[in-house]
Design a protein around this ligand. Structure first.
Ligand code: ZN
Length: 390
């Protein structure tokens, strides 16, 4: 019998820290959780009493095929799928070392991320568990059209969703507005009607996968909320003239329907301070209105590597009003629930033994989430003191 003994345990459900607990492992999973003082003498114990333990983190918004460079667009246009695949292997390893044991990839090309996901699951290469959307669905010439899945009209959107699911997608992504990365698209204007988005919502529901909608502009946020997507990515509330136009009614509908926001605040830190602060203000209002938050970084875009989820949680605490435990829950158990992942996200019986041990106490100081001593995935220690062992 293998046991992990934790000094302080944050289980990812949002519950308070528990002192001196024992996680009983059975192969890859947690079989039981009990008091540290009652561990049987014959057990093989990994003693982490000096540390705080939290569940392996979930980054709900990454792009493993992107280069994180200031030329992320030029890189993806210039490189072939083989290079993208190798780049995604490296990005996955970077995430793992930072305690990110699950990612939702919201935009790749040519099935590259499906191949990586399957190779990791088969043990061919090390990396996080991956929920992969494949190519995002966008209008002709729309945001990220270069990733290869343009569709106009409700029937074509449904067809595109089915094509991605057939190719292996276990989540879906649709572009509800233009994006900053794609020249010629309008970030403030809706790309799709409610009917088109609702087609994607229905196809995702049929396949029991979550649907992410990229939306920077308020009109796109409104349409995505009306259609009932699972998550809205970025959610910057930009009006037609580029100024911030927060719509409290739409935010209330998000809260009522359980439409979650993935705010991707890490790359936003590079925006002009005035607009950044206004967007952070919108995030605080959404939180006050009860909109659920799920943590995601948009890793892969300019100067946002795959090891920055800790930074995202810090911004949520420092600028959006989260308690440290709430922020951690948004990257663990709360995220898993929104994304429909029942085998990760919390340190409860039946879940995979994915966990992170850190110095200090992240329930008090959120920065301590990055003071990583050890990362475990599927019951195996895969990183120690910043060094990957796999
Ligand atoms: Zn993105």
């Amino acid at each position: 019998m293998r046991v992990v003994r934790a000094g302080k345990l944050i289980d990812g459900t949002g519950e308070d820290v528990q002192l001196d607990r024992a996680l009983y492992l059975e192969n890859e999973r947690i079989a039981d959780v009990g008091p540290g003082a009652q561990i049987p003498e014959n057990a093989e114990v990994l003693d982490l009493r000096e540390y705080s333990i939290y569940p392996g983190l979930i980054d709900a918004h990454v792009h493993l095929v992107f280069s994180c460079s200031t030329n992320a667009l030029a890189d993806v246009l210039a490189d072939d799928d083989q290079i993208l695949l190798l780049r995604s292997v490296a990005g996955g390893r970077q995430a793992l070392r930072a305690g990110v044991t699950t990612v939702r990839d919201l935009g790749g090309r040519g099935g590259v991320t499906f191949r990586l996901r399957d190779a990791i699951a088969r043990g061919i290469v090390a990396g996080p568990r991956i929920q992969a959307a494949g190519s995002p669905i966008t209008i002709t010439g729309g945001h990220c059209h270069f990733l290869g899945m343009e569709a106009d009209g409700e029937q074509a959107v449904r067809g595109a969703a089915r094509t991605q699911l057939k190719a292996g997608a276990n989540c879906l992504k649709i572009m509800a507005t233009g994006g900053r990365m794609t020249p010629g698209t309008n970030i403030t204007v809706a790309q799709y009607t409610v009917a088109e988005l609702a087609g994607a919502v229905e196809e995702a529901a049929r396949a029991h996968v979550p649907l992410a909608a990229h939306a920077l502009g308020t009109s796109g946020i409104r349409n995505a909320t009306a259609a009932g997507v699972t998550t809205i990515e970025h959610c910057n509330w930009l009006g037609p003239d580029g100024s911030i136009q927060f719509d409290a009614d739409v935010a209330r509908q998000m809260a009522a329907k359980g439409v979650a926001v993935v705010a991707t605040l890490t790359p936003l830190q590079r925006a002009a301070p005035a607009i950044r602060d206004e967007i952070l203000g919108c995030m605080r209002r959404m939180r006050e209105l009860g909109v659920p938050f799920v943590a995601g970084t948009d890793a892969g875009v300019s100067v946002t590597p795959f090891d920055r989820l800790h930074r995202e949680l810090e911004i949520m605490v420092d600028n959006v009003g989260f308690t440290p435990l709430d922020a951690i829950r948004a990257a663990t158990g709360g995220s898993a629930r929104v994304l429909g992942l029942s085998s990760v996200g919390t340190l409860e019986p039946g879940r995979f033994a994915d966990l992170v041990a850190v110095d200090g106490d992240p329930s008090v100081h959120i920065q301590d989430t990055s003071a990583i001593r050890l990362v475990m995935k599927s019951g195996e220690t895969i990183a120690e003191n910043g060094v990957l062992l796999v």
